[in-house]
Design a binder for this molecule. Structure first.
Ligand code: NAI
Length: 308
């Protein structure tokens, strides 16, 4: 198994680090446009192999796509991150050019690859990758829901005094502060609905804190986060390379599911060796469906920026 991570910045390198630690593949290629950074980080991660006990061979290169040849999975993290006060939407123009170019280069050397898009605004970049490559829809997966769902569990765990691992909770919709939908009605702690364990105020607070989870960190750190995003991207890689069939909220092409078409948006999907294999229908109530439709409208208007 071979995995490529494009973009050796904060998120890309952390994704690569998580993939290596878990020995998810025999070969890992890291690539960046900035001279030396991918080589350096590949060596740095490789030097943890003796300490952590993994055998993944990691190579780094400065924009040499031949080094990525024959990849089964490619994670695209190249692009600019958000600065404090900046929205993901503002990144569209710059990152669209980067993501399109990277996807085309990747497919030249790895025509069978499954592509995971991380670069923001992720829903729009996923849609762009699908349009630009013409790949079968199951091979393009946007990563955002895995991260937002982990942040949702973090907030729930704080209020419940519970282990995040005992929680089941999912965030659908767009990967944006105002477009994501933490589905609290479906969240459970050891199979018990959290709505029966938390006050209405606590539930509202958890949903609100989840939605601004990324922005909160950007304010604190000065740039967007990387530990949880890297771990989340690696979890999607893991479900593919180990054919785990995990249910992970992911941004995928909708052709009628959840009442939407001609858009890529976050929904619960089963992820396995062929990419995203099936959309799971969570039977939204009227309020949740209205939020989903609103989220789709917002993402669609960002997608329209691509056409201008
Ligand atoms: P970063 O600035 O640390 O790294 C980005 C890297 O991409 C840089 O090293 C840069 O040299 C490289 N790059 C730029 N153009 C390239 C090209 N054409 N080819 C190859 N490499 C290129 O940024 P960071 O923090 O790693 O974030 C990366 C992206 O991921 C951003 O767009 C950010 O908004 C997004 N992000 C998405 C998340 C999600 O859940 N979907 C979560 C966190 C970040």
């Amino acid at each position: 198994m071979k995995v490529t991570v494009v973009g050796a910045g904060a998120v890309g390198a952390t994704t690569a680090d998580n993939i290596a630690r878990k020995a998810l593949c025999e070969e890992l290629a890291l690539l960046d446009i900035k001279e030396g950074i991918a080589e350096g980080k590949a060596q740095d991660i490789s030097q943890t192999a003796a300490l952590l006990g993994f055998d993944t061979r990691i190579t780094g290169s400065t924009n040499d796509y031949s080094k990525t040849a024959g990849s089964d999975v490619v994670v695209i993290t190249s692009g600019l991150p958000r600065k404090p006060g900046m929205t993901r939407e503002e990144l569209i123009g710059v990152n669209a050019g980067i993501v399109k170019g990277v996807a085309e280069n990747i497919l030249q050397y790895s025509p069978e690859a499954i592509i995971i898009v991380v670069s923001n605004p992720m829903d729009t970049m996923t849609y762009l990758a699908l349009q630009a490559t013409g790949l079968p829809k199951n091979r393009i997966i946007g990563m955002g829901g895995a991260l937002d769902s982990a942040r949702f569990k973090y907030q729930l765990s704080k209020h419940l005094g519970a282990s995040p691992a005992d929680l089941n909770a999912i965030v659908i919709g767009g990967h944006g502060d105002t477009t994501m939908i933490p589905l609290i009605r479906y969240a459970t702690w050891n199979s018990i609905p959290v709505t029966s364990l938390l006050s209405a105020e606590a539930q509202q607070q958890i949903v609100a804190d989840t939605m601004v989870g990324g922005a909160t960190l950007t304010k604190l750190i000065g740039t967007s986060a990387w530990y949880a995003p890297g771990a989340a991207a690696a979890s999607v890689v893991q479900s593919i390379v180990r054919d785990e069939k995990k249910l992970i909220a992911s941004c995928v092409s909708l052709e009628g599911a959840y009442g939407q078409t001609d858009i890529c948006l976050g929904v619960p999907v089963i992820i396995g060796k062929t990419g995203w294999e099936k959309i799971v229908d969570y039977q939204l109530n009227a309020e949740e469906q209205a939020l989903f439709n609103k989220s789709a409208d917002a993402v669609r208007s960002m997608n329209d920026v691509l056409k201008t």
